[in-house]
Design a protein around this ligand. Structure first.
Ligand code: BGP
Length: 469
């Protein structure tokens, strides 16, 4: 394994912290999203209603229990933990004149705890945590002022933790909002606070949002290195192979095009310019991207130092002739999880190869894991052999990418080392952790933490640096 290699996990504020209105935190977009299920999408409310369950309000109470949780990560031997700093804790309305000090103090305390255990803090600056005021008063990322406000927030955070944090991540998975693809309401909302069905001109609006977010990332990357030249800046992308349905050239082409939709922002952040092919595509649809002359310099100087890769599954291109079928065509060679996510370890090696060769940058695996139902069996143990199997097979492929294909990979972080609220469904029972949290979908439970079988397994993996899986 490449040295130093980060072993650890990733969590996000809105899925773990709870304490949604404590110590000056303002309301953020995910505070308005109800719990859904595998089959029923999460609903988004305009107001917070008292008799409705909003899982983000409670999370897993990481806000009060982070010491205990971090001690358990340290027991496993973690050398890194990726957390997000919630914008609405630092600027409750996003545009406040003064910083909310208790918000900064809270993250100081977490980061200090990590450093005590020699765990590298990796900070995501935007993991679906947008102050809701920026949606109502500014129209979210459609408005360039939100770019300025985000940059201001990042600057404050990067300065505050300058002596403690070296690894910064500008955004989580902004690349899923390709303007040319129809989106679901919940997905568009998680990333922007806006519902897809309420966009007045979806293609134009998503192109504007995508441009503004990309610009925000490059501006922050540039400033990060002005603040401290040691700062390492990445952006996290959700990327996966799209396999052609068969070897018909039309299907191969179609799969290629579908996969490319995820990449225009990666191209922009890694090459130092917004890609011409995307601008031409927009032009052909009569879309105007709000480019200002000074942006070119930001793109040039705001390139990434590393790419964060979230990998869960591979996809199968759906040929046109099946387009009106409700059920998606499945890849017959690949199993699926209970939530319909394919389990394809080779896909991680494929994706690592692809992005490393395309950009030549180091890769950090920022998320990988299996969402599953866990049973607490008699005697209180949780025997999650299926999770061990999933992770072992993926780590094996990460090793192959590094050793046989010469991909530079600087870390492997699982999602999520402790059970948290699911982002897409809001469920508690879709669990990923090595640590079980006693809470059910109704929010009932003691929140007690308990080691699963995978806990000791991952501890051993880290101890032998991935040699024995
Ligand atoms: C990623 C998100 C995470 C996380 C993960 C698993 O896309 O970055 O926030 O939640 O997906 O998704 P889910 O929780 O819906 O199973």
């Amino acid at each position: 394994m490449h040295q130093p290699f980060f072993w650890g996990g990733s969590i996000a504020a809105h899925q773990s912290e709870g304490a949604w209105n404590l110590d000056g935190k303002g309301p953020a977009i995910m505070d308005y999203v109800r719990q859904g299920t595998r089959d029923v999408p999460r609903q988004i409310d305009k107001e917070i209603v008292t008799n409705v369950r909003y899982p983000s309000h409670k999370g897993i109470d990481f806000y009060h229990r982070y010491r205990e949780d971090i001690a358990m990560f340290a027991e496993m031997g973690f050398t890194a933990l990726r957390i997000s700093v919630d914008w609405s804790r630092i600027y409750p309305h996003g545009d406040d004149e003064v910083v909310n000090q208790p918000g900064l103090e809270y993250y100081h305390a977490i980061i200090d705890t990590l450093l005590e255990y020699h765990i590298e803090p990796i900070i995501t600056l935007y993991h679906f945590e947008l102050p809701v005021n920026l949606v109502h008063s500014y129209g979210s990322w459609l408005n360039r002022k939100v770019v300025d406000l985000y940059v201001r927030f990042c600057q404050i955070v990067m300065r505050a933790f300058n002596n403690k944090v070296r690894y910064w991540i500008t955004f989580n998975e902004m690349n899923h909002l390709d303007p040319m693809t129809t989106q679901t309401d919940i997905f568009t909302y998680m990333i922007t606070g806006l519902k897809y069905s309420e966009l007045s001109n979806p293609i134009q609006d998503l192109a504007t949002i995508g441009y503004h977010m990309t610009l925000a990332s490059v501006r922050v990357a540039k400033i990060a290195r002005e603040i401290n030249k040691e700062n390492q800046v990445g952006c996290v992308f959700g990327l996966s192979p799209v396999y052609p349905y068969d070897c018909h050239p039309d299907n191969v082409m179609c799969a290629f095009k579908e996969s490319e939709r995820d990449y225009y922002q990666v191209d922009a952040m890694c090459t130092g310019r917004f890609p011409e092919y995307k601008l031409s595509e927009y032009q052909s649809h009569g879309i105007n991207v709000p480019i200002e002359p000074e942006d070119a310099d930001d793109f040039r100087r705001g390139k990434l130092d590393f790419i964060g890769l979230n990998y869960y599954y591979s996809r199968l291109q759906q040929p046109q002739r099946f387009a009106d079928q409700e059920e998606r065509v499945k890849n017959p060679y690949i199993e699926q999880s209970r939530w319909g996510w394919t389990i394809d370890p080779v896909g991680i090696r494929y994706t690592m190869n692809y992005i490393h060769r395309r950009y030549g940058l180091p890769i950090m695996i920022t998320e990988n894991g299996l969402g599953a139902l866990d049973d607490v069996i008699e005697g209180g143990t949780i025997d999650d052999g299926y999770r061990i199997e999933y992770l072992a097979k993926h780590i094996e492929q990460v090793k192959k990418a590094m050793v046989e294909d010469f991909v530079t990979c600087i870390g492997y972080l699982t999602w999520a080392p402790i059970d948290v609220i699911s982002a897409t469904t809001g469920e508690m029972r879709k669990r990923y952790g090595f640590i079980y949290v006693d809470q059910d979908d109704s929010g009932a439970g003691t929140l007690r933490r308990q080691r699963k079988a995978s806990f000791n397994w991952f501890k051993d993996v880290i101890k032998n640096n991935g040699e024995n899986l």
